[in-house]
Design a protein. Structure first.
Ligand code: SF4
Length: 403
């Protein structure tokens, strides 16, 4: 039941569960697309949007996947027109994840016309052999071409997604990719180490001894990423995320009397992904589409990870929720603390108290002290954050906050 007096939820995630083919490392819920099922999904999604729209006023929207850009123009138009009718457009940040193989100028124009203002492009690598190894459908040339199409369509907030520690990737190959990506001058950069998830072909290859995993090299690649991104003018604001800031690079001729304010390490750069920041800071968000998780006023939900079943449920007038759970307040606050520590700025004490009704300084004082003694954390007058060394072990540090 929605509480009609509550402030509407300001964040919306939509999962598009289709991919052209399955990448060798991927454990996300997605399947090869078939025309009929995609149409059925689009209609079901519109129904789900209608159900939650009265409780939504999105400031951030994020279409992730899967491969959202795989939907054709007609399917996109159906979704975006429905959102328009439901008053769900006009978000300050509206992101669509795109695969470089499925970007076209028509799609880019349609996105712009309906207020999409940020694209996140899954590049992963610019080395053809590694793209093959990962089972990606795109080539390096498609990355440059799609980036160009998006710029021409007027997108001025683009994220490029990379991967490192890919089997057989050497430091030289990683440096080449970083150099080429940095030269593209995107506004945002995300980069994750390859994870070997059960039930993926890459995991099976590792188990069969087809390659060795070199953890030291992975650490060196992460260091290279951080130093290269910072040298190129990005601000690191989360373990794996880097963004530019509107306060940087103002030409001297445009500066007024006071000097330009660069964000300090404790501030979040203006081009950070606001949708993810809301997520890490424990904000509410609706999650729609097969397998999507949502978190609304302390209740976590998860949709069915089966597109057929998802469609059936909505066709019968039900939300396609497989499970929902209301966490006890302290447990919820512990998770919120743990998530927020992924961010370089850490947790401002007041903001944490406002979000969770708990005070980090009371509830987690010994954990913060232990982390500070170990050199992994820093306690200031008004906030707690992990140090660069602590950020490398953020998962272990975060675990200490769970209740
Ligand atoms: S494109 Fe993304 S979601 Fe689809 S299979 Fe590859 S990694 Fe998974």
């Amino acid at each position: 039941m929605m509480d009609s007096s509550a402030t509407p939820v300001a964040s919306l995630y939509i999962h598009v569960p289709f991919c052209a083919q399955k990448c060798s490392y991927c454990a996300f819920y997605s399947e090869a697309s078939s025309g009929e099922l995609v149409n059925r999904y689009v209609t079901a999604l519109v129904r789900e949007l209608e159900m939650v729209a009265p409780d939504l006023k999105p400031k951030t929207i994020f279409f992730g996947g899967g491969t959202p850009s795989l939907l054709n123009l007609r399917q996109w138009e159906q979704i975006l027109r429905a959102m328009e009718k439901l008053n769900l457009l006009g978000a300050g940040e509206f992101t669509v994840e795109c695969n470089p193989a499925t970007v076209s100028s028509d799609k880019a124009k349609l996105f712009r016309d309906f207020g999409v203002n940020r694209i996140s492009m899954g590049v992963q690598s610019l080395d053809e052999k590694l793209l093959d190894r990962l089972g990606r459908v795109h080539s390096r040339e498609m990355v440059f071409k799609s980036f160009d199409i998006l710029r021409r369509a007027g997108f001025d907030n683009l994220n490029l997604d990379l991967m490192f520690a890919i089997p057989t990737q050497t430091m030289d190959i990683w440096r080449d990719t970083l150099n080429e990506v940095v030269a593209m001058q995107s506004e945002h950069l995300s980069s994750y180490e390859v994870i070997y998830e059960d039930d993926t072909p890459l995991f099976a290859q590792m188990k069969a001894g087809e390659f060795a995993v070199d953890e030291n090299l992975a650490c060196e690649m992460y260091d290279e990423l951080v130093s290269r991104a910072i040298a190129a003018g990005f601000h690191q604001y989360e373990i794996a995320n880097f963004a530019r800031d509107g306060r940087d690079g103002v030409p001297p001729s445009l500066k007024s009397g006071s000097p330009t304010r660069r964000p300090s390490q404790d501030q979040i750069p203006s081009l950070a992904c606001k949708h993810n920041v809301n997520y890490w800071r424990g904000g509410s968000f609706y999650g729609l589409g097969p397998s999507a998780t949502g978190y609304v006023r302390g209740v976590r939900t998860k949709n069915w990870s089966n597109t057929q079943l998802y469609c059936e449920q909505l066709e019968n007038g039900k939300r396609a929720i497989e499970s929902s759970e209301e966490l006890p307040p302290l447990k919820r606050a512990g998770e919120t603390a743990a998530f927020g520590l992924r961010m370089v700025a850490g947790w401002p004490f007041e903001e944490f108290r406002h979000t969770t009704n708990f005070d980090l300084r009371n509830e987690w004082s010994s954990e913060m002290k232990r982390l500070a003694e170990r050199g992994w954390g820093r306690i200031s007058v008004d906030h707690f954050q992990l140090t660069p060394q602590g950020l490398r072990f953020a998962d272990s540090a975060a675990e200490m906050f769970l209740r």
